[in-house]
Design a protein around this ligand. Structure first.
Ligand code: HEC
Ligand code: HEC
Length: 365
């Protein structure tokens, strides 16, 4: 009972601002609550199980549900009574909190504004939004970029280096600047107090525990059918030189700016705020999301948040080209990637003149 009441309160908080903000084309200032510095940290017992006013898709929250379901979790370690008697409960719950509030929970690693759950929606439990349920048993898995097998922990460390920009690379000045061979400007943060995560870092181990929890009951090595589905069909991929960032900017202004803001830094919408799409606190140019087709595959099926699927394959690619054209941190070790496997055509920032200027030795062998 307590759970249902609490969930009711949490849902109200979400519904009210969201319906007002999203009903109109441009949210008025009064309808959006004032932005807060630190996103609300979910507390134990705060989320109930998924509301189940809709059918789950297998184990996942369906892509077509509303923003009211933004915090729905078919598997919630904070409220799962089965965990109470387990010794690893605290670790799994810590991993969940890390996944939900990554920058606040890992200040020693990253100064980015990216939370794992900004890209893996509903904490990795939403259909067609990079779901992670049932995937931990697929590791170790060959990693094309590194040219070797990756454990789950290796994969998470990679996410920190790239999606979370834990390497704190310099500003690349945007795609045009990078293509012209401009030398990146130094990082804007003091990196003295920061450390690099590795496979033995406590936070990485906790995140892996949460992801393994999401995969309990699945057969290791059996690819779940919802894995790696954020992909545009190969025959519908535009050639790289047909991508049009200007057309993408128009789409952004029409369909994305309300929630992501004119500067791409994210607008507080209810108790949700997207991570920065570009700029010094965004993912760096060695991340999967800095590849045209990878970003487009996410946007095509998971965005706009309330109407995923409305973009055409082409428009998803143009808007992604616009986002990728903007400045973001440079991943300083790009020259060490793709030493074994061929460079994918959409890896926008690889093979450019300036790559040499920022190369070094990758801390992830
Ligand atoms: C109704 C609000 C809304 C609209 C409109 C919207 N988004 Fe989002 N978007 C979000 C929220 C909220 C998140 C983060 C989700 C979370 O943390 O659960 C997000 C996450 C993302 C992410 C993941 C990375 C990040 O920085 O958070 C990308 C990329 C993205 N959106 C692109 C787009 C694009 C492109 C459009 C327009 C086609 C769009 N979005 C429209 C709300 C919206
Ligand atoms: C900027 C967006 C973004 C952020 C932030 C992000 N990821 Fe990812 N993640 C991706 C993309 C894109 C993929 C590739 C998905 C695919 O291949 O379909 C991925 C893949 C993964 C995979 C492999 C999934 C599989 O099925 O092979 C794991 C595990 C993972 N991410 C964990 C994390 C963790 C943990 C964090 C936070 C520390 C995180 N991610 C942050 C975008 C992101």
């Amino acid at each position: 009972m307590t759970q249902i009441t609490r969930r009711g309160v949490a849902t109200m908080v979400v519904i009210l601002p969201l319906t007002t903000a999203l009903g109109c084309s441009a949210p008025s200032r009064e309808s959006v609550p004032p932005a807060v510095e630190v996103p609300r940290i979910p507390q134990t017992g705060e989320f109930g199980p998924a509301s189940h006013t809709y059918e789950l898709v297998g184990p996942l929250v369906p892509k077509t549900t509303t923003m009211v379901t933004a915090w729905d979790l078919p598997q919630n370690p904070l409220t799962d009574p089965a965990l109470d008697i387990r010794q690893d409960a605290d670790l799994i719950r810590q991993g969940f909190q890390l996944f939900t509030n990554t920058p606040e929970a890992t200040p020693r690693f990253t100064t980015s504004g990216m939370t794992c759950a900004n890209c893996h929606l509903n904490q990795g439990q939403r259909e067609l939004a990079l779901p992670l349920v049932g995937t931990s048993g697929m590791f170790p898995e060959y990693n094309n970029r590194a040219g070797r097998n990756f454990s789950l922990e290796d994969r998470i460390v990679g996410c920190f280096y790239r999606s979370e920009n834990a390497v704190h690379g310099p500003d690349n000045g945007g795609l045009a600047a990078a293509r012209s061979g401009a030398v990146p400007s130094p990082p804007s943060v003091n990196t003295d107090t920061l450390v690099l995560p590795n496979v033995a870092s406590q936070e990485v181990i906790a995140l892996a525990a949460y992801l393994r929890y999401l995969s309990e009951g699945y057969t290791p090595g059996e690819d779940p059918p919802w894995r790696k589905k954020n992909r545009i069909l190969r025959e519908n991929l535009l050639p790289i030189d047909a991508l049009d960032p200007q057309r993408g900017e128009a789409i952004y202004t029409e369909l994305c700016v309300n929630c992501h803001g004119p500067e791409g830094q994210g607008v507080q919408v209810g108790d949700k705020k997207a991570g920065p799409l570009w700029g010094p606190r965004s993912w760096n140019d060695g991340a999967g999301m800095a590849r045209f087709y990878t970003l487009a595959g996410f946007v095509r099926y998971a965005m706009p948040y309330l109407d995923p699927g409305i973009l055409s394959d082409k428009d998803a690619q143009h808007v992604s080209a616009f986002i990728i054209s903007k400045p973001r941190p440079s991943y300083p070790y790009k020259t060490e990637d793709y030493q074994v496997e061929p460079l994918p055509v959409d890896a926008a920032f690889y093979g450019l003149d300036n790559a040499e200027a920022v190369s070094g030795h990758s801390p992830q062998p």
